[in-house]
Design a protein around this ligand. Structure first.
Ligand code: GDP
Ligand code: MG
Length: 301
């Protein structure tokens, strides 16, 4: 395709919604790539990630926001909130995502923030695959629409990839006519180094119980393309206490091994080459409250 033609559209779109509504799943579905990490846990997404979808009609730069978090006491939560607010202010359009049949105080607060920032917004009602009685959704939506101003309302299932074409069309239609910012093949503004850390973190989210994943983070100490075509990656998993270190490592190192091999497989698929991944677990007390450490790890701008 010869890009761009004269009515090619391009703009930034924030995916906004409370934790767990499916923003990252939607982002991945929209760009056709498993880019943003997904888990059943809230706060899986700590960073702002740009996902780029380019078609004949235009280029959409989706921003998967970490969401606004309550309890802004800890430095981590403060930086998440900062990221979420910046993301909202800088976009051409917002897609507010909610769960079918649920509108919570948190959804209302996010809506109010969009109105306050004067961002044009669409509503996407996600997880419609879970709604047993689809007809019962109509009064819920009618009531919502009566009290809130959205340019358009869409029913989608990010997981089952339903309703996404229509949503994409509605999004593109509202973006400015403008040449593309990124190349046709680019899917993110993030480096492979960053994505590698996210992939290790995804495994921690999926494999560790309860609060432990929130006490861990991942730092890439080395990312080197070797002469033999293999990319050698050294990653440190930071934890807050010795007890947590033991859990991450597991009986005879089994847990760490499982985390490493799953993360490595995902990296090889994403980077399209062989990866040699080496993991360490290190203790650093109170990193979640340490602004300097957060900065080093890339949590704050
Ligand atoms: P985020 O916190 O808003 O980014 O939410 P995620 O994308 O991480 O998704 C949270 C959970 O909801 C995951 O377990 C997803 O698999 C699940 N999920 C997302 N979209 C859908 C959907 O359309 N239908 C169903 N049934 N589950 C979904
Ligand atoms: Mg997410």
């Amino acid at each position: 395709a010869d890009l761009p033609h004269e009515d090619f559209r391009c703009g930034a779109v924030a995916l906004v919604g409370r934790p767990n509504v499916g923003k990252s799943t939607l982002l991945n579905a929209l760009i056709g790539f498993r880019l943003s990490i997904v888990s059943p846990r809230p706060q899986t997404t700590r960073h702002r990630i740009l996902g780029i979808a380019t078609s004949e009609a235009g280029q959409v730069m989706y921003v998967d926001t970490p969401g606004l978090h309550r309890g802004a006491k800890r430095a981590m939560n403060r930086s998440l909130n900062r990221a979420a607010r910046t993301a909202m202010a800088e976009v051409d359009l917002a897609v507010q995502l909610i769960e079918a049949g649920r509108w919570t105080d948190e959804d209302e607060a996010l809506y109010a923030a969009l109105v306050e920032q004067n961002v044009p917004r669409l509503l996407a009602i996600n997880k419609v695959d879970l709604a047993k009685d689809k007809g019962a959704l109509l009064p819920f939506v009618a009531d919502l629409a009566a009290r809130h101003l959205f340019e358009d309302i869409h029913y989608v299932s990010a997981l089952k990839q339903k309703g996404l074409k229509e949503l994409e069309r509605a999004i593109l239609q509202r973006l400015p006519v403008r040449p593309p910012v990124f190349g046709e093949d680019e899917i993110t503004d993030r480096s492979e180094r960053f994505l590698a850390a996210e992939m290790v973190r995804e495994q921690l989210m999926l494999r560790l119980d309860q609060e432990l994943p929130y006490a861990t983070t991942v730092e890439i100490e080395q990312f080197k393309d070797r002469d033999d075509g293999v990319t050698e990656i050294h990653a440190v998993i930071w934890v807050e206490r010795d007890g947590q270190k033991a859990i991450v490592i597991g009986q005879g190192g089994a847990q760490l091994k499982a985390i490493g091999s799953a993360a490595r497989r995902h990296m090889e698929r994403l980077f399209e080459r062989k990866v040699f991944l080496k993991l360490w677990v290190k203790v650093r007390e109170g990193w979640v409250d340490d602004e300097a450490m957060l900065k080093k790890l890339g949590y704050t701008d």
